[in-house]
Design a protein around this ligand. Structure first.
Ligand code: MN
Ligand code: MG
Length: 644
């Protein structure tokens, strides 16, 4: 990693310490998820309204408007589209730096932190990718070695970075300002990417780590302390190992500003925003002033949807600088009612070779599908795009455990639709046509680099699993008309469907668990009529469950399964298993897809699901979901009325 050269200390004349003021502008991106060019590699279309190439144009403008501009990234930059996930992997003919890192070098980022998804491809892959960066990465709460080796542990990356920069004050004189940049990532990476982190590095509580480091950074001469915190805004009172800890972090003494992210929302919200972007209005969350617990804060959307701009007014205060005023705003790449910001041509040109390498990969033929597979209605009825994954998981696990005692257990499989609109917008759905398939379709069906896991579970475990899946729905009062179907604060990809079982989901019941997987309504049960092979599932019955490593280690609202429950972990990723399968067999959903689950009848009750407008081209799927199209909303989703 290249670190900018230290700036020579500049003596400041005593006379100039009076009323010296300066402006510093912080620009930030977060959760880019490898959205670089305005190109959709899954659909093979160049119509994406967001991405870093469009942000680059906003950066150019924002730099031209102000002096003393710094650019930061807040993590989840490297993973998320084929140009980030597949191009810089073995099996591709691309041998340059990671394309996201190249783009960030080109845009002259000043510092960045890691998001949870940076760990998805393993520590060695990550280190290789960021070794190409011409700017520092910092992360304060991930350390090398387990606690058994070293009580404190050694940092994995520099826990903080002092950015000493010459700035021009308001009368044109030069001064040195030191920004202390501290990176943080949710401790949950320990479970989400356990297969990669265990025995290598360990994440620690973000708030505890920041509490310890902030005074250290101050003591080492930071004038202004900025948290690059890959974490969102959870309005619950703070609790240990909090995943979305922006509020308690913002409350720490000594923190001047906090850059947030991770939950793909926007902060502050000064205009009407769709419900899935809204944070509940609670004390400590001040949209009008752009503050969290009084501290200036930003969250710049996701996938290159916004550039965060935070303007700091500083006044020289003895040996250091004090913040006198802060103003922040988000600049969208796709402003409502206007054409998207044009992509920056120099960045497009710089990325062209990596883009071509990505197209060579994603357009490679790999097989054939017998039917069209889409996820438009995956949250409303049993879904073929989910069931093909379940069938594949079941088949691969059955082969892996054949001949062992575990091979005798009844085998069921859990999978979810990964792309269900939500924050990703109306383009964020899996959509694979019938007919010839190429690699982009496999990536569309299975976007994450998860591996297959086999778990020994009981009937009670399966019931618990399904209760956790069912929290994605809103509670519906019987007789309600056009009530929302979904809880806007739970991502659709938390909804696992277990193939091989049959069950009913009762929306009139409250959710048993919250998003963090905590039991919040011990008396509530949404799942009923749970059966396997036509017989009720007993709590002590034993099963073998096919799932992925993310879920097995407690990803989403799920429970971390004990090591003793894990009977198999595949050496290949699910996507590679899918590609191997397609080489010999057409992709076909299992026959009994429709029998897996249904909503409990609530006569006279209707709910609304928002989905991709293209759903109207599949009338039989609409019929199966008892859904009637009502028309489009301003976000480009179509509203469907579903009779329960
Ligand atoms: Mn993210
Ligand atoms: Mg994240």
């Amino acid at each position: 990693m290249t670190v900018p050269p230290p700036f020579p200390n500049i003596a400041i004349p005593a006379a100039s310490t009076k009323n010296v003021t300066a402006q510093v502008r912080l620009l930030c991106t977060t959760d880019l998820h490898a959205h670089l060019l305005p190109y959709d590699y899954f659909a093979d279309q160049d119509d994406r309204p967001h991405g870093l190439a469009r942000i680059a144009t906003l950066i150019r403008t924002a730099r031209a408007e102000a002096q003393n501009v710094f650019l930061f990234d807040n993590g989840d930059a490297l993973q998320g589209t084929p140009i980030g996930d597949m191009t810089p992997q073995d099996g591709s003919d691309w041998h340059g730096p990671h394309p996201v890192i190249s783009a960030m070098n080109h845009l002259r980022y000043d510092a960045a932190t890691l998001g949870n998804h940076e760990f998805n491809f393993g520590i060695d892959w990550l280190c290789r990718a960021i070794s190409e960066a011409k700017f520092p990465f910092t992360c304060a709460n991930v350390r090398k070695g387990g606690c058994t080796l070293d009580r404190d542990g050694n940092p994995f990356l520099p826990p903080y970075f002092l950015l000493k920069q010459q700035v021009l004050d308001d009368s044109g004189e030069r001064h040195l300002v030191t920004l202390g940049i501290i990176g943080l990532v949710p401790i949950q990476v320990n479970t989400w990417d356990r297969i990669h982190l265990q025995d290598r590095v360990q994440a620690h509580d973000m708030v505890e780590s920041a509490q310890r480091i902030v005074p250290q950074v101050r003591a080492e001469g930071a004038d202004i302390v900025i948290l690059l915190a890959h974490t969102g805004i959870d309005t619950d009172p703070a609790y240990p190992m909090m995943e979305n800890a922006a509020l308690p972090l913002a409350a720490l003494p000594g923190v001047d500003a906090i850059i947030t992210g991770h939950c793909h929302g926007i902060f502050p919200q000064r205009h009407a925003v769709p419900p899935h972007h809204q944070h509940p209005l609670v004390s400590g969350v001040d949209h009008a002033r752009g503050r969290l617990n009084g501290t200036p804060a930003l969250m710049a959307g996701a996938f290159g949807s916004h550039l965060g701009v935070m303007d700091l007014n500083l006044r020289r205060d003895g040996d250091t600088w004090a913040l006198t005023r802060v103003q922040s705003e988000l600049r969208p790449t796709a402003p409502q009612g206007r054409a998207p910001v044009p992509a920056d041509p120099t960045l497009m040109a710089q990325l062209a070779p990596a883009h071509q390498a990505t197209l060579r990969l994603t357009q490679r033929p790999i097989g054939h599908a017998t039917t069209r597979l889409h996820s438009y209605l995956a949250l409303a009825s049993p879904n073929k795009s989910v069931e093909v994954i379940n069938a594949l998981q079941q088949q691969c696990l059955a082969q892996a455990v054949a001949g062992t005692a575990d091979g005798e257990l009844p085998l069921v499989s859990a999978a979810c639709a990964v792309k269900t609109g939500g924050l990703g917008g109306p383009g964020n759905y899996t959509n694979v046509p019938a007919g010839p398939l190429c690699l982009r379709h496999a990536a569309d069906l299975y976007p994450f680099p998860n591996v297959l896991c086999g778990l020994r579970v009981t009937g009670a475990d399966l019931r618990d699993w399904l209760e956790r899946a069912a929290i994605c729905f809103a509670q519906v009062t019987p007789g309600a008309q056009d009530a929302p179907l979904l809880n806007p604060h739970i991502p659709g990809h938390d909804f696992d469907v277990i193939h091989g079982l049959s069950y009913v989901i009762d929306l009139s019941q409250p959710a048993r668990f919250d998003r963090a997987g905590r039991l919040v309504n011990p008396d509530a049960r949404r799942i009923s009529d749970l059966s396997h092979a036509g017989k009720p599932v007993r709590d002590n019955a034993r099963f073998l469950l096919a799932t992925n490593n993310y879920r097995a280690s407690g990803g989403g609202p799920y429970r971390t399964m004990p090591d003793s429950a894990v009977v198999y972990t595949s050496p290949k990723t699910m996507r590679d298993l899918l590609i191997s399968h397609l080489a010999t067999t057409p992709l076909e959903p299992p026959e009994n897809t429709d029998e897996t689950w249904r909503f409990a009848p609530l006569p006279g009750t209707t709910v609304i699901l928002e989905t991709a407008p293209d759903v109207v081209n599949d009338p039989s799927a609409l019929r199966a979901a008892r859904a009637t199209p009502l028309g489009q909303n301003s976000d480009g989703f179509i509203r469907l009325r579903i009779s329960l």
